[in-house]
Write a protein that binds this ligand. Structure first.
Ligand SMILES: Nc1nc2c(c(=O)[nH]1)N[C@H]1C(S)=C(S)[C@@H](COP(=O)(O)O)O[C@H]1N2
Ligand SMILES: [Mo]
Length: 300
């Protein structure tokens, strides 16, 4: 079946791609480009063995399709993802309703292998395909004074059957500071392995922020707004004691109802040993500078 989504990479390219990123990082270092933001986290990625397609697409969190981990795989096929429009508005030079194909056109899809960690202490490694959110924001022109980026998921209860219940205040909302949004690790993902995103993983386009807890990585995005005020986010609205705006992975800050110090790797078997969770999910070198001088126990 022909579809509009194309990716120049295949499953077999994942490893060579990581090697390529490594080379780029080395070259950037040789050229004296000391900016942490330019170097890909190749060292951190090298050791990452991706989870299987089956694991990535059958154990999900996507409350629009139900609150159980198996619900999205069962219910998300109902979602129509073509046509798809993303409204980009607020403090931008070129606001508008952008079709999915407009957004993809000319975008170099980059395959990246990221560690992905849920706030409920489970983790996966996913070979995401996508592009840098920063590249999209540069295209639409961020106006001076903008400090945050807000995101919204589709509301369509006829297809998103979990939205018939008010488990969250729909639409699902997320936000990043502009610095976080412009960081080269912040990805807009449109695929996994060599396939378009499955619906349960947030088709046709979702955010991936690898140093934050999973809930920041909002799925099936229909609106991106540049603003000068910190936007409300769904989980903080639902429970401000348990979820903060930043939600950086931090083994030293426990969730009020459970420890965040260790994690269970999905696919490691039921009795696999839990492994210690790394600060910023293993991306400390790349992102710690974004939070210099901040008390991360208060800004959790
Ligand atoms: N719109 C929307 N986005 C969402 C969620 C959701 O319920 N609705 N769940 C989040 C949570 S809690 C996690 S852990 C990740 C899971 O992503 P995955 O299913 O692709 O692994 O999606 C995040 N994005
Ligand atoms: Mo999560």
């Amino acid at each position: 079946m022909a579809h509009r989504w194309t990716n120049t990479l295949t499953h077999a390219d994942v490893t060579p791609r990581v090697a390529f990123l490594n080379r780029r990082q080395v070259m950037a270092g040789l050229a004296g480009v000391g900016l942490a933001g330019l170097a890909r986290p190749a060292a951190a990625q090298e050791a990452l063995e991706p989870n299987t397609w089956e694991e990535i697409t059958s154990y999900n969190n996507y409350y629009e399709f139900g609150t159980g981990k198996g619900d999205p795989a069962e219910n998300a096929h109902r979602l129509t993802t073509d046509p798809w429009t993303v409204k980009i508005d607020g403090m931008v030079d070129k606001p508008g309703d952008y079709g999915f194909d407009d957004i993809l056109k000319g975008q170099a899809l980059e395959q990246r292998i990221y560690r992905f960690r849920c706030v409920e202490a489970w983790s996966m490694v996913v070979p995401w395909v996508g592009f840098e959110l920063g590249d999209l924001l540069k295209r639409v022109g961020v106006q001076s004074g903008a400090k945050y980026v807000a995101f919204e998921t589709l509301v369509r209860p006829s297809e998103m059957i979990g939205q018939k219940r008010n488990v969250l205040d729909w639409p699902y909302r997320e936000g990043l500071t502009l610095n976080e949004a412009m960081h080269p690790l912040t990805l807009m993902s449109t695929g996994i392995y060599d396939e378009p995103l499955p619906n349960q993983n947030g088709a046709p386009i979702r955010l991936v922020v690898p140093w934050k807890y999973g809930f920041k990585s909002i799925k099936s995005i229909v609106r991106i707004t540049l603003t000068d005020k910190q936007p409300p986010i769904s989980w903080e609205l639902a429970n401000p004691r348990e979820y903060g705006f930043f939600s950086n992975v931090n083994p030293n800050v426990d969730h009020p109802r459970w420890s965040q110090a260790t994690e269970r790797k999905i696919g490691g078997g039921l009795f696999a040993k839990r492994v210690p969770t790394a600060m910023f999910n293993g991306y400390e070198k790349e992102v710690a500078s974004l939070y210099k001088g901040m008390d991360l126990t208060k800004n959790f």
